[in-house]
Design a binder for this molecule. Structure first.
Ligand SMILES: CC(=O)N[C@H](C=O)[C@@H](O)[C@H](O)[C@H](O)COP(=O)(O)O
Length: 240
């Protein structure tokens, strides 16, 4: 029987994600779309649209999506810890359950904050499972640190989310900075239009992850509502 080695699997995943779209299927927590059936349907629909990969939260969701599609899955687990601000895949047990569920890439918070497990240990554990590691960074320093510790992909995921109010636009400058330092960069966070996603590739991104603009109907709906609410009617004074 022919078995793929870990090296073959990671080469295969790299080739499949290269310059592609990764669709994050993370419904608004507790919202009307927050169910395993809907997440799996969203994932299948995204694949039908041609995406190269999926980002899925939760081991049960990863397992369900893994059995429904054949594109690589970036798995994460989100937790609310009492003693740390780190939310995305903070624990070694999270890495283990994501790998068992079928994630080929495992992403984790790589920020320099109080954390239960050091970044180095998370990367090592991900690699022990034969998976690729993705660091969700908030800054150049986070990303470079993870890269120097052997992380395969650096995401701009947490830029704008560690203090204050997040800006509207994505951090394309961070993509360029990390790329120039030698990282393979996954642009993620506020790529809310196809044009912005393309700009990330121009800036040197290896792939682009898009979530809200594709899979969070509540957000998309609110963008349109806000835009319409701000319209003046210069011609005729009213629409009615
Ligand atoms: C900051 C944080 O917790 N980001 C999360 C990471 O998994 C998700 O909530 C985002 O939807 C994802 O990063 C994709 O970004 P956007 O939805 O902007 O396309």
């Amino acid at each position: 029987m022919f078995l793929m080695s870990d090296l073959d699997i990671s080469t295969n995943v790299r080739q499949r994600l290269d310059r592609g779209l990764i669709v994050s299927c993370q419904p608004v927590l507790g919202g009307p779309m927050d169910s395993i059936v809907i997440i799996t349907a969203m994932a299948r629909a995204a694949v039908e649209g041609g995406c190269h990969g999926l980002r899925i939260e939760g081991a049960a969701n990863v397992a369900a999506v893994f059995s429904a599609v054949s594109v690589p899955i970036v798995g994460i687990i989100k937790r609310d810890l009492t003693d740390s601000p780190v939310i995305i895949t903070p624990l070694l047990a999270d890495v283990d359950s994501l790998a068992r569920a079928g994630a080929q890439v495992i992403a984790f918070d790589a920020t320099n904050r109080k954390r239960p497990v050091p970044v180095k240990q998370l990367i090592e554990r991900i690699h022990q499972h034969g998976c690729l590691a993705m660091a969700d960074a908030s800054s150049f320093e986070d990303g470079l640190n993870a890269y120097q510790l052997g992380c395969d992909y650096i995401g701009s995921t947490l830029s704008g989310y560690t203090s204050g109010v997040a800006p509207d636009l994505p951090d394309i400058g961070l993509v360029t900075q990390l790329k120039l330092a030698g990282c393979e960069v996954i642009a993620e966070g506020r790529y809310n239009s196809p044009e912005l996603a393309a700009a990330a590739l121009h800036a040197g991104a290896f792939a682009v992850t898009v979530g809200s603009a594709i899979t969070r109907i509540e957000r998309i709906s609110s963008w349109y509502v806000t835009s319409l609410a701000n319209v003046d009617y210069p011609v005729g004074g009213t629409s009615r």
